[in-house]
Design a protein around this ligand. Structure first.
Ligand code: ADP
Ligand code: ZN
Length: 516
């Protein structure tokens, strides 16, 4: 089976996080590995997925019982046969796990390190056909660290006794700890090491609110004539129309999407690889096979699906290490589209909640108040100082206390039963007595006209940023209606304040003044 398919079908993720794919492939191929990944970076997947690709059971040694139980529960929910042997088990639980092991039904067996001390456990592991040992929090083997677990010292002997590959994971990257892990777990034979930060410092990060998006993309491309670039689009139709528009401006450009004949797609891949300065307008179908080191820019004509997808797509730029640029466009309709896509999908509720979370992370990045790289890498667990290579470092945005307009907007939504979209709510707070407003008696609400001093464009920016912060969400049951989220309650109650970006509001305002 293909790791990509398992990632999607079993784990419910569309793309690998930074670093995961290489590690998964090495571990699945039976290489001894040591992977250093920041906390929250997604280590568990790097042994859970290979466990499904390898014969026999994967033994996972982890020091945290609660974490083991969580993982076993998660795996079972995903339909993976997993069990745990810890000191906290009841006799019954233990029996059930042993039974499943004897029948060779388990793919993953989580074990607390102290279980390795028993002779019975060692013998059992020899009998049941272990295919891989995975060691979580591998720095616990280090006597000099804070988390030393004497039982971790037994793992090296176990590996030799079973003669199977071992994959060790830790977030602790210092060279001494690493060396000790290699000595104790791998008897000094160097495993393949994965220690790559997630940062791609040569890639400039930028987002912009959509404002005649075609013009924005054309302007971005115009400044980079002759350079190879990719424009990711939300729909097949857009890949075609944008490619035509770029060609009209004199750029060599073509489109790429899953609806094209495979022959035509291969031709685009070949041209992109060989020619200099071709622009490909593509759906996410373009990328898997692309390994061109000198892609100088990546633009998103529409907001990607998640922060992981964003990272992967922009990461195709500048593999050669030379400067590369990115631009991601987004607007309220993108937010609505992505939310609806999650809500209307077939995933179970927990997965939908997780997908909303990943979308929130991307929206948080889009509406970030300071350094984008710090925000992005922070999500993946890696800490960086402000980077000096993103639009917000170039021009720090002006922020202001927007608690008052946000509360006005929330209260307008609540007083109208959370049944209306942004347009109608804006009419209410601005005091516009439209037919829809008067017919429903919304002109007699206390919130009617409370926000007069703000322009429509300013209100639109406020609503968009509120959606971006997940203070309001489209109601999956009622088309276009906005509902308040839990996150907004403390603001409405006056317990929390909100800061929003002024510059996007200003931009919206000046745009309006030019037009009117
Ligand atoms: P750690 O590295 O701290 O062990 P975890 O393995 O617990 O991190 O993963 C952290 C979070 O990232 C989890 O919520 C997990 O579901 C999520 N995650 C892992 N891999 C991916 C992926 N490829 N796409 C999206 N989310 C992912
Ligand atoms: Zn920055």
């Amino acid at each position: 089976m293909d790791p990509q398919a398992i990632l999607r079908d079993v784990f419910g993720f569309d793309v690998f996080r930074p670093g995961q794919e290489e590690i998964v492939r090495a571990v699945a191929a039976g290489e001894n590995t040591l992977a250093i990944m920041p906390t929250g970076g997604g280590k568990s997947l790097c042994f859970q997925l290979p466990a499904l690709l390898r014969d026999g059971v994967t033994v996972v040694i982890s020091p945290l019982i609660a974490l083991m139980r969580d993982q076993v529960r998660g795996l079972r929910e995903a339909g993976v046969a997993a069990g745990a042997l810890t000191s906290g088990d009841t006799e019954e639980e233990r029996e059930a796990v042993w039974h499943a092991l004897e029948q060779r039904r388990l793919k993953l067996l989580y074990m607390a390190p102290e279980r390795l001390a028993s002779a019975g456990a060692q013998g059992m592991l020899r009998r049941i056909g272990v295919g891989l040992i995975a060691v979580d929090e591998a720095h616990c083997v280090s006597q000099w660290g804070h988390d030393f677990r004497p039982d971790y010292l037994r793992i090296g002997a176990l590996r030799e006794a079973l003669g199977v590959p071992l994959a060790a994971f830790t977030a602790t990257a210092d060279a001494e700890t690493r060396e000790e892990i290699v000595q104790k777990l791998f008897a000094g034979v160097r495993p393949r090491e994965f220690l790559r930060g997630f940062d791609r410092p040569n890639i400039h990060l930028a987002f912009a609110v959509k404002d005649q998006p075609r013009r924005q993309i054309l302007a971005f491309a115009a400044g980079r004539k002759g350079q190879s670039g990719i424009v990711y689009c939300g729909t097949r139709a857009k890949t075609e129309s944008l490619a035509a528009a770029l060609a009209q401006e004199g750029h060599p450009a073509c489109c790429y999407h899953g609806g094209m004949e495979s022959e035509a797609r291969r031709e685009v891949e070949r041209r992109f690889q060989q020619e200099d300065g071709l622009i490909v307008c593509a759906t996410v179908a373009f990328g898997m096979g692309v390994d061109k080191p000198d892609i100088r820019w990546v633009a998103h004509a529409d907001l990607p699906k998640s922060i992981e997808a964003y990272y992967q797509e922009i990461g195709r730029a500048g593999r050669d290490g030379a400067a590369a640029e990115t631009l991601t466009l987004f607007g309220p309709e993108d937010i609505r589209f992505r939310r609806t896509q999650v809500d209307e999908g077939l995933a179970p509720p927990e997965r939908k909640a997780a997908d909303h979370g990943r979308l929130n992370a991307l929206l948080g990045l889009a509406e970030a108040l300071d350094c984008r790289r710090a925000t992005l890498l922070g999500y993946f667990g890696e800490a960086v100082e402000t980077c000096g290579n993103c639009d917000l470092c170039d021009r720090p945005p002006e922020v202001f206390d927007a608690t008052t307009p946000v509360r006005m907007a929330l209260s307008a939504a609540l007083r109208t039963g959370e049944s209306f979209g942004a347009g109608h709510l804006i009419d209410i707070v601005m005091g516009n007595a439209t037919d829809k407003v008067t017919q429903r008696g919304h002109d007699s609400l206390p919130t009617f006209g409370v926000g007069k001093e703000w322009s429509k464009a300013e209100w639109q920016a406020v609503f968009r940023q509120m959606m971006g912060r997940d203070l309001m969400r489209p109601d999956p049951e009622r088309h276009g209606a906005l509902r308040m989220t839990e996150a907004a309650r403390p603001i409405l109650r006056g317990e929390e304040s909100v800061r929003l970006r002024r510059d996007t509001i200003r931009a919206a305002k000046s745009e309006r003044q030019v037009k009117t």
